[in-house]
Ligand binder design. Structure first.
Ligand code: GUN
Length: 280
């Protein structure tokens, strides 16, 4: 089974759109999303363009604030302060990566936790790991929702996460623990990655290594979620060798058309959730 992330994301956006129409008549306002984009990173420019497009499509007020690569940190922090106090804006996202002269930690921590649609603020990270309500980072949230379309009850499943990033691996662990999975996080220093994968019911691959996960790494019937987006000579591929692994996995996400579209849909869901929390 191929998990159709494009279709599942499109259904989620349709649901959000309906919800926003209802909220507009109730509150006479809509959620607002501000995205700050610094510099000319080509991938970031594409992501931000898509975030803006889909936000508008579902009825979210959306603005992109663009700064040149050389912008000073103080200007960015002042802008965030202004957005924190702006009633029209429910969610603030600063697109990563940032130029080296800008302190990522200071920037993330300057966003009000209530408007942190990425779920990167330490308050949200802490709330998620304590099992409290929080913004949940969009990529692992997207992976989680895709998994749940295949298997409602994840209790007792053994999940292997490849990659320990703050963006995906660590928050993914928290989401799966909440579902009563047994979770193993693997990374570049893991001794025998193939052996770890061989015992997994669920594999989440997020390391940025083209076609790393092979057919003989997979236990029959495992669910495989591929977060990788790697540019190669033969086009965009994931971290999983899709052609091989799709022969043995119970379900697998394609790249493109798997996790990618869900990440944006989850950002829109987070923006709506921030709006609801401040308006209820
Ligand atoms: N760059 C790549 N992925 C992300 C993300 O999920 N959020 C932000 N802010 N930047 C990113």
């Amino acid at each position: 089974m191929i998990i159709d992330g494009s279709k599942i994301a499109s259904d989620l956006r349709a649901k959000l759109q309906k919800n926003i129409i209802e909220l507009r008549s109730k509150y006479n306002s809509v959620p607002g999303l501000s995205v700050i984009l610094i510099g000319d990173n080509p991938a970031s420019k594409i992501y931000v363009k898509n975030k803006e497009k889909f936000a508008k499509e579902v009825g979210i007020f959306s603005e992109v604030i663009r700064y040149p690569e050389k912008i000073d940190e103080k200007t960015v922090l002042e802008k965030i302060k202004e957005l924190n106090n702006d009633k029209k804006i429910s969610g603030i996202l600063v697109q990563l990566p940032l130029p080296n002269h800008i302190n990522k930690r200071r920037v993330i921590e300057s966003i009000l936790p209530e408007k942190d649609v990425d779920g990167f603020h330490p308050v949200n990270v802490g709330n998620l790991s304590s099992g409290y309500e929080s913004s949940i980072p969009c990529t692992p949230l997207g992976c989680y929702l895709l998994l749940k379309t295949v298997e409602k009850d994840l209790s007792g499943k053994h999940a292997i996460i490849i990659g320990r990033s703050n963006l995906n691996g660590k928050p993914m662990t928290q989401l799966l623990l909440k579902e009563n999975c047994t979770v193993t996080i693997t990374h570049s220093k893991t001794k025998d990655l193939k052996k770890e994968c061989n015992r997994a019911d669920i594999i989440i691959a997020a390391v940025g290594k083209p076609n790393l996960v092979k057919k003989d790494w997979i236990k029959k019937g495992a669910i495989v979620i591929d977060v990788g987006i790697n540019k190669t000579g033969s086009g965009i591929v994931g971290d999983v060798d899709f052609k091989e692994v799709s022969q043995v996995a119970k379900a697998i996400t394609p790249v493109p058309g798997g996790v990618g579209p869900m990440t944006i849909a989850c950002l829109l869901q987070n923006t709506l959730a921030c709006f609801k929390r401040t308006n209820s």
